[in-house]
Ligand binder design. Sequence first.
Ligand code: AMP
Length: 170
Amino acid sequence: MQLANYIRDIQGFPKEGILFKDITPLLIDQKARKECLEILVSSLRDKKIDKVIGVESRGFFFGMLIAQELNVGFVPVRKPNKLPYDTISASYELEYGSDRLEIHTDAICKGDRVLIHDDVLATGGTAKAVCELVEQLGGEIVQFNFLMELSFLNGRDRIKGYDIFAAITY
Ligand code: AMP
């Protein structure tokens, strides 16, 4: 099965010049979704992960599935003012705009081995911000884990030195 067949390109969304990678065809097909999950977790089973972070919002879908599959905790990293308890925040830049991300202060314990999952690695700004949040709370990043890497945007350079996995590379 070619996972890339379940990713739909939408030209000009959410604004002109962006080729948006739509994962909803992958979510809707249970066989492809299961296979994708297996690809994402295959290298992780012996890595002693304590928590999986899913980045709002498309990182929540597979992030939660990965956490369930590995039988570990799930932590949402969210856009500003969505999390109700005490938070810390980090700024980041997107391929289309800039924003801030937040995490609950009690979501990661010192020494936790953390997997960070998101749908797309583009410029790497988002991943870098999540990295700052996890390390500020004393977590250890075991892997950055993506459905897709847009390698031509060189996002890897922003998270150099960490283990990076992507199921599909463009
Ligand atoms: P970046 O911070 O530039 O690496 O962007 C990654 C974040 O933006 C991820 O949370 C993605 O969901 C989203 N993103 C960036 N570019 C795209 C794209 N071409 N298609 C879909 N999502 C994207």
